[in-house]
Design a protein around this ligand. Structure first.
Ligand SMILES: [Mn+2]
Length: 333
């Protein structure tokens, strides 16, 4: 397996430090952000397989269950959604986020392990959270960084490859977004060479939808509104729409892309009821606008093209406030 050359001396040093940490430890807790997406699930299960291949004991935890379309991934059956009580872990590895708040309220201030390590590609991070960081904001996915780590440890098994391919495929929007770099294609190629069947991955992740998802999409698309200037689109997901819909995971994942796909729209936002008058707000931009900066204004964060935050207010107020903030960023039409 040809290892992808390190992007920078700094990344290489961070990976060395992470590998040293692994060698000296035996029991691991692996966790990613709540509401896990394909990169969070694939990197969690991929790292578990990498560590197990080194003879380590691994507990795979997330506050939320594995979404239905990722449950085929190798190792998904080991995923637990309860904080292990008598863990006593040597190391907790936090993936695809670099802040305690994104893991969920249950995550104790100092983690469960002696040491916390972060592997992440988000811009937003908390420098006081972990002991060891492997951060590369140029990486298309957290799975891309894990590929570099795995390649240092030995051959990439099919089980590792399927999980890391899931990371690459989902975080690049099936190799369509602007983060689809030559490196992303090269790594995806290595993973296919290691045994990944691209059609199997596509069909499990994207063409395995319950009928209820399309029914829900119809209801959510009815809420579509576009600002006067035509550059902002809003979608809303209300609890009521979800009543009677029974599924593991978020059936609304990806709906926001329909709003962004409208000609002239620069930023799409989706409001989702999160209980207690709080709305979880997601942003997707076409590229001109850095929505992570926008999300940070409201206490959230993310990437240039995809970010989110939570706001407590009436949905109409939130939409009006976001429209004002966005027009300020975008300038006059
Ligand atoms: Mn990611």
């Amino acid at each position: 397996m040809a290892a992808e050359a390190p992007r920078s001396a700094d990344l290489s040093r961070q990976i060395d430090e992470f590998l040293d940490l692994i060698q000296g430890a035996q029991t691991f807790l692996v966790v990613a952000h709540a509401h896990p997406d394909g990169d969070a699930v694939g990197s969690t299960l991929g790292l578990a397989k990498i560590l197990q291949g080194q003879g380590k004991d691994v507990t795979v935890y997330n506050r939320d269950p594995v979404p239905y379309n990722f449950s085929f991934l190798p190792g998904a059956e080991e995923w637990v959604t309860e904080v292990p009580v008598n863990g006593g872990f040597d190391v907790t590895v936090v993936l695809d986020c670099a802040e305690a708040s994104r893991i969920g309220e249950e995550f104790p201030k100092h983690g469960w392990g002696e040491t916390i390590a972060v592997v992440d590609h988000h811009k937003t991070w908390d420098p006081g959270f972990a002991d060891v960081y492997v951060r590369d904001v140029e990486a298309a996915a957290t799975g891309e960084i894990l590929f570099r780590i795995a390649a240092r440890l030995g051959p990439i098994t099919q089980e590792i490859a399927e999980n890391l391919y899931c990371c690459m495929m989902t975080d690049t929007g099936s190799f369509r977004y602007s983060n689809t770099s030559p490196t992303a294609f090269r790594i995806a190629g290595e993973l296919v060479a290691a045994g990944v069947d691209p059609w199997k991955m596509t069909s499990q992740v994207y063409e395995n939808q319950p009928r209820e998802r399309l029914d829900l999409l119809c209801r959510v698309l009815e809420t579509l509104s576009i600002s006067e200037c035509g550059r902002l689109a809003f979608l809303r997901v209300e609890d009521e729409m979800l009543s009677g819909v029974d599924s593991d995971g978020d059936l609304t994942d990806g709906f926001i892309n329909y709003a962004r796909s409208i000609r002239g729209v620069e930023v799409a936002t989706q409001l989702r009821e999160a209980g207690g008058g709080v709305w979880r707000v997601s942003f997707r931009s076409r590229g001109a606008v850095d929505v992570s900066a926008l999300a940070e204004k409201f206490g959230g964060g993310g990437h240039h093209n995809a970010a989110g935050c939570s706001i407590e207010a009436e949905p109409e107020e939130i939409e009006a406030e976001l429209a004002r903030a966005l027009v300020e960023i975008l300038g006059p039409a």
